[in-house]
Design a protein around this ligand. Structure first.
Ligand code: ZN
Length: 330
């Protein structure tokens, strides 16, 4: 799988253009931005990192989380997610165009991995709640495996919630923070969600309450100490407020999960795209590799023969920028 397979280049360009319109609308509410302490460890010790598209990023002096500060209030963020042109464009164009590649390379393996994790941890395959279900492809793949007794999608964006409903999924169109359910569940998953949240700790505490004792929380999020994010910094397309406002790392996420009452069982970075993403930035001329002879050697001069092995090295050593965390409500 390559970056262009899941983000067709021309469509991705259009989504970046729409993103600028979304950004302008959010920045118009700058007077409602609020300062926060570190979203992972709550430390107030931070130093400025950089500015991008009008948003200021700071780095926690204690746990090295990168976060947008000051950040749009919860109300401004909710309004943004209700009306985002970019999300609508992904729902109508990029997700449909890339769904089969995503299904085969991301969602089917993801569904299998979730089942393997549950089995390895001896957690019952009863009920599973996928928060931030998006286009619903992950739950469709899980449904095909026919192992869980009940699957629920939680999706606050009305367009994406509609897509999930059309796929026959049980959908709760609700912000996760406001979610109420009748009975606690065995497993909660959320993929690429907590980097979007105004207050990740409150969200995770709420998830803790929604789980049965012994239940599993399985989540993915960017790892700011992963290769492409470390190398590209502000140049990375993944660095993009107001959608992404929290960038954790394995240690920071462990601190955060523990504060919410979870025990972290496992942290993995099985990412596959770091090398491809950096190579694409070199090709496009946005990232000048001439001052990094080592990267030039590994990614450009010997890229064809070393790229795969280098990506595997990153994934095996918690150095990929895509992170999985498995935690349990003890
Ligand atoms: Zn921190």
């Amino acid at each position: 799988m390559q970056e262009a397979d899941i983000r067709p280049a021309e469509m991705f360009k259009e989504s970046l253009r729409l993103d600028q319109e979304d950004i302008a609308r959010v920045l118009a509410h700058r007077s409602q931005f609020v300062r926060v302490s570190c979203p992972a460890c709550d430390s107030a010790l931070s130093e400025p990192a950089f500015e991008k598209s009008g948003f200021l990023y700071e780095r926690c002096g204690e746990c090295r989380t990168l976060y947008v500060n000051p950040r749009p209030s919860m109300e401004v963020l909710s309004e943004h997610y209700r009306n985002s042109l970019t999300i609508e464009y992904w729902n109508e164009n990029i997700y449909p165009a890339s769904e089969e590649v995503r299904r085969n390379n991301i969602f089917a393996p993801r569904a299998r991995r979730v089942v393997e994790i549950c089995k390895a941890r001896d957690v019952g395959l009863g009920s599973l709640l996928d928060i931030g279900a998006g286009f619903g492809t992950f739950l469709e793949e899980l449904q095909k495996l026919n192992l869980f007794e009940a699957l629920y999608a939680v999706e606050p964006s009305s367009k994406l919630a509609d897509t999930c409903r059309k796929k026959g999924l049980a959908v709760m169109e609700e912000l996760a923070e406001n979610l109420k359910i009748d009975a606690p569940v065995d497993v909660i998953t959320n993929f690429e969600l907590i980097e979007h949240l105004f207050e990740p700790l409150a969200f995770l505490k709420h998830c803790h309450r929604l789980l049965k004792p012994g239940g599993l929380m399985i989540l993915t999020t960017p790892n700011i100490l992963g290769f492409d994010l470390l190398v590209l910094g502000a140049l990375s397309d993944n660095i993009g407020a107001p959608n992404h406002i929290n960038y954790f790392n394995p240690l920071a996420l462990k601190i955060l999960m523990q504060s919410a009452g979870f025990t972290v069982l496992e942290t993995l970075t099985p990412g596959e795209l770091d090398v491809d993403i950096v190579k694409n930035k070199i090709k496009s001329g946005e990232f000048d590799v001439s001052t990094s002879p080592f990267l030039k050697e590994v990614l450009v001069e010997r890229g064809d023969s070393l790229g795969g092995a280098f990506q595997k090295f990153l994934a095996d050593n918690l150095l990929s920028s895509h992170m999985w965390v498995v935690a349990q409500r003890i």
